[in-house]
Design a protein around this ligand. Structure first.
Ligand SMILES: Cc1cc2nc3c(=O)[nH]c(=O)nc-3n(C[C@H](O)[C@H](O)[C@H](O)COP(=O)(O)OP(=O)(O)OC[C@H]3O[C@@H](n4cnc5c(N)ncnc54)[C@H](O)[C@@H]3O)c2cc1C
Length: 431
């Protein structure tokens, strides 16, 4: 059996077998059969989680053949899709229907079910994470059920919209989409000292706002995306895209990271140069193109949601730590915002958050940096992204999620024999 590893390459496992059903009913039969035989099954999407959340303990369940749009109502924006649909496929299919997701993260390689199951989010003060767009889902549970879950069962709906793959296997999802929209992106180099004091203002002034801070420097790059009329078409010149996004952000950045990993003292001047290399640019495009950028340089990442008003303190504390330690960190820190929702295990559960993400080159040392970051985030009630590296276990997470016990009770009911369990779930949800 061949081995499986996640995108970052920091988690690898060899599943005992791989199941590749072609229909939701075939999937339900396979899960029921595995449960009867006392096997464990772990659904997997595109493997883009940095945690071992998708790591199979026994059988891996691939949804690669369960991809595509099943039905769409342009009037209501309701679109039903198969759970294994990659976001890249989904966004293009929606565009052809004149529809779009209300928001997206910064890549589109994930599957829709993988993205929803870990609480994937974008940025936007008025916009919650992606799972808030779910109006219903078809769930195959190890106790033999194949059911449709929606707001008519508020308890199950509260839990299953963001289920960590712990309650059942999602085979279909109905999404509340909105009419297709275009965005103007304005990317601007700036200084941390100018942007940080006005961060909340920036969050509120744009449909989407994010800031990248280059550790060890006082330099940032900001990106603001706002709605623009359909007829405005000022695309990024191909040469500029190839230079900035492909060559500088990926090719040169990757090569430079390989060098600074060998010569860590070169990181601080490298960050200064990388930040200075950025120049202001503005362009328009369909929302799904503006949100997503190519990521070919592998990295590891940890991200915490903190109450949005704590963002400035977290960044200042992190900047002070980096200054003190002069740690070689060659990737920028990303700062985003999102609106609250009512989903039980959502980082946005009943709280408006700022999202702060730290990254390090996949071959670079990250432990001290990520530990320090976690400590700072913990002081502000930080909730970790379920798909990004963190060290929290059930005890700490129970203090952060008021509905954790309710979620665990639903899990006990739907998967009493822990057919879906793996080590990560055991750590965060208990045995
Ligand atoms: C380069 C990069 C950029 C990223 N950018 C963002 C970002 O902008 N915002 C953000 O919030 N996150 C971001 N992420 C994190 C990513 O969105 C999440 O980790 C997401 O879960 C990955 O989706 P996937 O399809 O790869 O799922 P996987 O990692 O394969 O699986 C994730 C979880 O979903 C479960 N699962 C998958 N399919 C099903 C199913 N059908 N039924 C039940 N459970 C299922 C798996 O069991 C597992 O628990 C990024 C990750 C990378 C590598």
């Amino acid at each position: 059996m061949s081995s499986w590893s996640n995108w970052a390459g920091n988690v690898d496992m060899t599943p005992v077998g791989v199941l590749r059903p072609h229909t939701p009913s075939e999937l339900a039969d396979l899960v029921a059969e595995a449960a009867r035989a006392g096997r464990r099954v772990r659904p997997v999407g595109s493997g883009h989680s940095f945690t071992a959340i998708a790591a199979p303990a026994d059988l891996q369940l691939s949804l690669e053949h369960l991809s595509g749009v099943l039905s769409a109502d342009r009037e209501t924006g309701r679109v039903r899709v198969l759970a294994g649909t990659p976001l890249r496929t989904l966004t293009r299919a929606l565009d052809a229907l004149g529809l779009a997701m209300p928001n997206l993260g910064d890549i589109d390689a994930q599957t829709i079910s993988g993205a929803l199951s870990t609480g994937t989010h974008g940025t936007g003060a008025a916009l919650p994470g992606l799972a808030a767009a779910t109006v219903g889902l078809r769930l195959v549970t190890p106790d033999g059920r194949d059911c449709w879950v929606d707001a008519s069962d508020p308890e199950l709906f509260g839990a299953a919209r963001l289920g960590l793959g712990a309650l059942g296997v999602v085979t279909e999802i109905e999404l509340a989409c909105i009419p297709a929209y275009r965005l103007r992106a304005v990317e601007r180099p700036d200084s941390l000292d100018a942007v940080l004091p006005r961060l909340q203002e920036h969050f509120d002034a744009h449909r989407h706002f994010e800031m990248y801070w280059f550790p060890g420097t006082r330099r940032v790059n900001t990106k603001a995306n706002d709605l623009v009329a359909d007829e405005v078409d000022e695309p990024l010149a191909t040469w500029r895209y190839k230079l900035d996004d492909e060559f500088l952000s990926n090719t040169v950045f990757g090569a430079a990271n390989a060098v600074v990993t060998k010569f860590p003292r070169a990181v601080l001047p490298f960050n200064e140069i990388a930040a200075r290399a950025l120049t202001e640019r503005s362009y328009t495009g369909p929302s799904y193109e503006v949100f997503c950028t190519p990521r070919t340089v592998r990295f590891v990442e940890s991200e915490y949601a903190v109450p949005r008003e704590a963002a400035e303190s977290v960044i200042s504390d992190l900047a002070a730590w980096v200054e003190r330690r002069r740690e070689p960190i060659s990737f920028p820190v990303e700062v985003r915002v999102a609106a609250p929702d009512d989903i039980w295990l959502s980082t946005g559960h009943e709280r408006a958050n700022a999202y702060i993400a730290v990254h390090q080159y996949h071959a670079g040392a990250y432990r001290d940096y990520f530990d320090a970051f976690e400590e700072i985030a913990a002081a502000h009630g930080g909730r970790p992204h379920w798909g990004k590296m963190h060290t929290l276990g059930l005890e700490e997470l129970s203090a952060l999620y008021p509905r954790m016990d309710d979620f665990r009770a639903v899990r006990d009911r739907l998967d009493p024999d822990r057919v879906l369990a793996n080590d990560y779930l055991e750590r965060v949800l208990g045995p």
